[in-house]
Design a protein around this ligand. Structure first.
Ligand SMILES: Nc1ncnc2c1ncn2[C@@H]1O[C@H](COP(=O)(O)OP(=O)(O)OP(=O)(O)O)[C@@H](O)[C@H]1O
Length: 258
C-alpha cells in the first residue's frame, strides 16, 4: 500500500510499489493579453466563461514505479515530464487523480530551489538538507563529504547569490545525493555542470542504482538514459504514449518524431 507522500523510513523491498501515479491531471492557465473590447464583452455577458484559457498539461497519467526500478521520462519539449516529476516530489499537487509515494524522496528538480540567495553555501547545505529530511546531526556527519563532492572549496562561505549556475548545481547535487534517498528524482539539470562534474554525477547515480535505489530521470539525452535506465515512459501532450523497456522507448520516440 502506498501512502500519499508517506514519510521517510520506508526501506522498500524489490517489487514493492514506491510511486503510484493514478489518473493524474494537471491544468495550467494560459494567460492571454485581452483587448479592452474582449473584457467589456465578457463583463456585459455577465462574466460568463473564462477570460483565461485552461489547458491540460497532464491528462489521465497513470503508472506505478517499483522499488529499485530505474525509469526515464521522455518526450518532446512541453510534453509534461517535469510537471510529472514535480507532482511525484510533492512540490505540486494534481488537479485530478492521485500521486502516492513511499519512502524518502530526494529531488534535483530545480537547481538550488531550496537555496536562500543571501545565505552562504554552508548554511544552505543545512537548509537544503533539512528540507530533504536530514537532521542537523546527520548533516554534521556528512558535511565534509558533501563539501568534497561539490568541489566548492572555500566558496562554501560565500553567499550563494554569487555562485555560477554550475556551482549551484554542484552544491545542490552534493546535498541531494548525501541524503540517502529511497527514491531519487533527477531533472535535466545535469546539463548545467561541466563534463568532469557530469561524469561524477552520473557515476554517483549509477552507484545509487547499484545499491538498489529507485530512480526517476527526465532527460533528452537518450544515450545517457539508456545507460542508466531500464524502463522508459514516453509522454506526448500530457499523456503517456509508451511505457516499456528503455531501449524500445527510445526507438519509439525517435520513430514517432522522425
Ligand atoms: N507553472 C506553470 N504555469 C503554466 N504553465 C506551465 C507551468 N509549468 C509547466 N507549464 C506548461 O505545461 C506544459 C508541460 O510542461 P513541462 O515542463 O512538464 O514539460 P517538459 O516535458 O518537462 O518539457 P521540457 O522538455 O521542455 O522540459 C508546457 O506546455 C508548459 O508550458
Amino acid at each position: 500500500m502506498v501512502h500519499e507522500h508517506a514519510p521517510r523510513g520506508a526501506q522498500g523491498t524489490a517489487g514493492e510499489v514506491v510511486v503510484r501515479v493514478s489518473g493524474v491531471g494537471k491544468d495550467f492557465v494560459l494567460r492571454h493579453t485581452r483587448s479592452l473590447k474582449e473584457a467589456l464583452v465578457w463583463l456585459v455577458r455577465g462574466r460568463k466563461g473564462d477570460l483565461a484559457n485552461h489547458f491540460h498539461a497532464l491528462d489521465d497519467v497513470t503508472f506505478d514505479i517499483h522499488h529499485g526500478e530505474t525509469v526515464a521520462l521522455m518526450g518532446l519539449n512541453g510534453s509534461g515530464k517535469s510537471t510529472t516529476l514535480k507532482l511525484i516530489s510533492g512540490v505540486m499537487r494534481p488537479d485530478r487523480g492521485s500521486v502516492g509515494v513511499r519512502g524518502r524522496i530526494a529531488g534535483l528538480i530545480e537547481v538550488g530551489a531550496g537555496f536562500h540567495p543571501d545565505l552562504p553555501g554552508r548554511d544552505n547545505v543545512y537548509l537544503n538538507g533539512a528540507i530533504l529530511g536530514m537532521t542537523h546531526e546527520e548533516i554534521d556527519a556528512r558535511f565534509d563529504d558533501i563539501l568534497a563532492f561539490s568541489e566548492i572549496g572555500e566558496f562554501i562561505d560565500t553567499e550563494v547569490k554569487f555562485y555560477s549556475s554550475g556551482m549551484y548545481l554542484r552544491l545542490a547535487f552534493a546535498v541531494a545525493v548525501h541524503t540517502d534517498p529511497d527514491v531519487f528524482l533527477v531533472d535535466e539539470i545535469l546539463a548545467v555542470g561541466d563534463e568532469p562534474f557530469q561524469r561524477k554525477c552520473i557515476g554517483r547515480i549509477k552507484e545509487l542504482v547499484a545499491r538498489g535505489k529507485t530512480l526517476v530521470v527526465v532527460s533528452h539525452d537518450l544515450d545517457l538514459v539508456q545507460q542508466i535506465c531500464e524502463r522508459g515512459i514516453v509522454m506526448e501532450s500530457g499523456r503517456v504514449v509508451f511505457d516499456g523497456p528503455c531501449r524500445e522507448a527510445v526507438t519509439f520516440l525517435r520513430e514517432r518524431n522522425r
